[in-house]
Design a protein around this ligand. Sequence first.
Ligand SMILES: Cc1cc2nc3c(=O)[nH]c(=O)nc-3n(C[C@H](O)[C@H](O)[C@H](O)COP(=O)(O)O)c2cc1C
Length: 402
Amino acid sequence: MAGKGFTVNKDWDNPKEHSMPAEARVPAEMRLGPVVVAPATVLAPMAGVTDTVFRRFIRHASLFSTGSAASPQNAQSGCGLLMTEFTSADGLSRMRETKRRRYLTFYDDEHPIGAQLFGANAATLADAARIVQESGFDLVDLNLGCPAKRVVGSNGGSGLLRDLPRIGEIFRAVRKAVTIPFTVKFRMGWSRSDIVCVDLARIAEAEGLDGLALHARTREQGYSGQAQWEWIAAVKQAVKIPVIGNGDITTPEAAVAMVSMTGCDGVMVGRAAPSNPWIFRQIAQYTATGRYDRPTVEDRYRMIRAYFQMLLDEAEATKDLPRDARMGETSGKMKQFATWFTHGVVGGAKLRSAIYHVRTGAEVLEQVDEFFTAQLASGVEPVASPEDETAAEFPEALQVCD
Ligand SMILES: Cc1cc2nc3c(=O)[nH]c(=O)nc-3n(C[C@H](O)[C@H](O)[C@H](O)COP(=O)(O)O)c2cc1C
């Protein structure tokens, strides 16, 4: 499937010792209005991925402690802010209460958490933002990056990048509607010949937004090529509100490099998180100590079992809801995650192909158990083969939005 979907390079399994200059760190905190994001790292919104189970999983996977006094009590999350999947403002204002639960459910341990909306109509977005505020979210975010035809076709997502006056109108309406912090996530522009990110950032600041996140690619680029971090630097220089950099952070080294290259106030990690749920913790550890730990086979096994258990618990907790209000099919989510998660694991390619052919959650579990039990019995921390190291791919079906 080369050339299809997204790829994530897997450098985190080969951590390097670094001595880091003091100025090259991911900041310990940033403030989006009154919301403290500590450390200044954000889980990117990802449709089909960042539901409540995944978000809590990341929050807990990123628990990090330093020093001899380290204990679960003084451990901190390495991920400072969680974001929901994008949610249609149109849909939200029309949805039944039960269906809203699917999109807007979160648990206490997810704070601080932001909800992301997309849409093209200022009044509808303002209504939806009110719903987000009433639901208890810490902030509301507007999506101006989604490249999907379905969204762009109705002028949502990156479609709006061609109409800055309309964006100004939307900013004004949403700002007026809520008191919680309001942020925007956007791409550089529609195309290379139409880069608007600096102007857009200035409008956001003038309209009273509390921060912004730039995925440094154009709509036309999709996910191809490299993110152009120099535009994050340009935006940072243009405004005083916090700027979060996004695009191609696959390792702690890359997170630190982005901060030192652009001066951004925080970093946002997307595709690397499902295949390396430890990335936030590794960034925190790297910032604190100049090095970071590499997960063992046992860590990986424990992690995947924990995630599966969380999926099953959520399915149980929502079993009384109508089907369209539940989070999604558990066995599908298990398959999806097992596939991402076993990149870089010895024999992972074989496990992925076995999982591809099974149907139920129980069968996925069986394959995963068998695989890791054999790995643990072998007693060695194996080195992955090039085949196992094939970059994690996100199927095209999931190329929905940003
Ligand atoms: C499967 C998938 C779904 C996404 N969904 C959203 C979304 O709902 N909202 C959004 O703003 N960005 C979305 N994005 C884009 C990410 O938030 C992020 O901007 C992009 O992946 C670049 O960051 P990365 O290089 O760290 O992955 C999505 C990306 C992926 C891979």
